[in-house]
Design a binder for this molecule. Structure first.
Ligand code: NAP
Length: 466
């Protein structure tokens, strides 16, 4: 039986481990750098952290949970679900084990762990995610008070009665700003780009059908519809923009503030956001929205390009993650000493987001071009898990399997051609790498991805050995 190492114990890594065990693979190890499973749902503990995809679909189809306390579960409940779901494979998870590199040597993978340990395996599966490394802008100057990123929330910093500056207006900020302002004396939100925001049809104690399988199907179809609307063209996007415009009009009565909160880019170009309390929070007298660009940090606050210094006691970065820098500092060397960083010099790419030519028996979950703009990424991850299992089963007796270069190139050319015509090509966002290439997103519906990963065509692969 071949030995398998999975890097990362977030949603993808745990799902992979469960599926491998169920499929009869016995030599499986999950290496996790933190001290617990959970991935982003362990790390993002900011006030108000929740999922903006209904939990019926933001959970595994093979591990349904009929008792979500809300339609859109909050972070503690999602983490509890993941911990519970991980129980049957806890024995496979080694925590406090940070992978720093992996090298293909004599037909096997040599995995280097921080501290000097080396673990050998036959098959290597990366489940490190796209949104695990916080991105903090390198601003000039120095802020005198506590400053932290939303994904590294400092719960020891008491915000009661303090003036809080928040940089960023993405999916995280729209969740924590309304909570922070409840306790803070004042909140200043620095907005570089106004997002499109739709109401969140949340409710406590969803009915059994909404929380269960039927809810899963309807949520999936709604997500496909939303994706189609965002990606089909300007006419269908206009319908979404009309809805976000109505939401803004309804929630923000002050025309000056409303104008500031009106997005310049088309809906879906950056991630569409869902919130019922973002706009109400911004309309409060103790919350300011500042649209002049952040110029520098000062001892006592944040100075903007118009020369105004905005006083603050605490600074929170809601500035997102190094998403396009896949696998980041992890150094992967494949067959014949090929460096993954070189193969990805002009942007990460992988066949179906999963396999890379020159890197035998190496698989990626939630890899390049598998993120979504309108549906649950877990539906994609489930397809990838099944695809990896199909390849492993088919080539069970032929180690050293890698995707053919021409197959991967044709796939990449097709995906990039479609992405160049997509809504994501119309603005800058974390979906794009330096140079503008869209490296994170899948250009079609989940349905299409499922169909294309439903079978691992043996002709797409070669036995590379090495
Ligand atoms: P994000 O969406 O990347 O937003 C970062 C924000 O920071 C943007 O408003 C960005 O402005 C701003 N920003 C970045 N650098 C800046 C700078 N130097 N000066 C001023 N503003 C700056 O990050 P996020 O909100 O953490 O969310 C990241 C992703 O995590 C989401 O897109 C989503 O996929 C996931 N997420 C999901 C949920 C959920 O409910 N499922 C919740 C939170 C996060 P620009 O737009 O101008 O770049």
């Amino acid at each position: 039986m071949r030995s398998i190492v999975v890097i990362g114990a977030g949603f993808a890594g745990i799902g992979m481990a469960l599926s491998l065990r169920r499929a009869g693979f016995t030599d499986v190890t999950v290496l996790e750098r933190a001290d617990d499973v959970g991935g982003v749902w362990r790390d993002n503990t900011y006030p108000g952290a929740a999922c903006d995809v209904p939990s019926s679909l933001y959970s595994y189809s093979f591990a349904p949970n009929a008792s979500w306390p809300r339609r859109y579960a909050e972070q503690p409940d999602i983490l509890a679900y993941l911990r519970r779901t991980a129980e049957p494979v806890r024995d496979l998870v080694r925590t406090g084990c940070e992978v720093v590199g992996a090298t293909r040597v004599d037909g096997r993978w040599r995995v280097d762990v921080a501290g000097g340990e080396v673990i050998e395996c036959d098959v290597l599966i990366s489940a490190v995610g796209q949104l695990s490394r916080p991105s903090v802008p390198d601003l000039p100057g120095r802020f005198g008070g506590p400053a932290f990123h939303s994904a590294r929330w400092r719960h020891d910093v008491d915000l009661r009665g303090r003036r809080v500056a928040v940089i960023g207006t993405g999916a995280s900020a729209v969740q924590f700003v309304p909570r922070v302002r409840r306790h803070a004396r004042h909140v200043t939100v620095f907005q570089r780009t106004a997002p499109h925001v739709l109401p969140k049809p949340d409710r406590a104690h969803p009915s059994r059908w909404l929380g269960g399988r039927l809810g899963r199907v309807t949520t999936f179809l709604a997500g496909e519809l939303l994706t189609a609307a965002l990606t089909a063209g300007p006419a269908s996007r206009a319908a979404v923009e009309a809805l976000t415009g109505l939401h803004r009009f309804w929630r923000v009565r002050d025309p000056v503030l409303r104008a500031e909160l009106t997005p310049g880019a088309p809906a879906g170009c950056r991630r569409l956001l869902f919130s019922n309390d973002w706009y109400p929070a911004l309309t409060r007298p103790d919350v300011d929205v500042v649209t002049s660009p952040v110029a520098e940090l000062t001892e006592r606050g944040v100075r903007t390009a118009d020369g105004v210094e905005h006083p603050a006691d605490v600074l929170v970065y809601g500035t997102g993650f190094a998403a396009a820098d896949f696998l980041g500092p992890l150094r992967v060397r494949g067959r014949d000493g090929r460096e993954l960083a070189d193969a990805w010099a002009s942007g990460a790419r992988a066949h179906l987001g999963v396999t890379v030519p020159g890197f035998p028996d190496f698989f990626l979950l939630y890899g390049p071009n598998t993120n979504l703009g309108g549906n649950s990424v877990l539906t994609m991850v489930e397809s990838q898990i099944r695809y990896v299992l199909r390849v492993l089963r088919h080539f069970a007796h032929a180690p050293g399997v890698e995707v053919r270069a021409e197959v991967a190139e044709a796939f990449d050319a097709e995906v990039q051609r479609r992405l160049r015509r997509s809504v994501w090509s119309l603005c800058a966002s974390w979906y794009r790498a330096d140079g503008g290439r869209i490296t994170t997103n899948w250009p079609g519906l989940v349905w299409e991805y499922r169909r294309r990963t439903a079978r691992a065509d043996p002709a797409d692969f070669r036995i590379a050995g090495g």
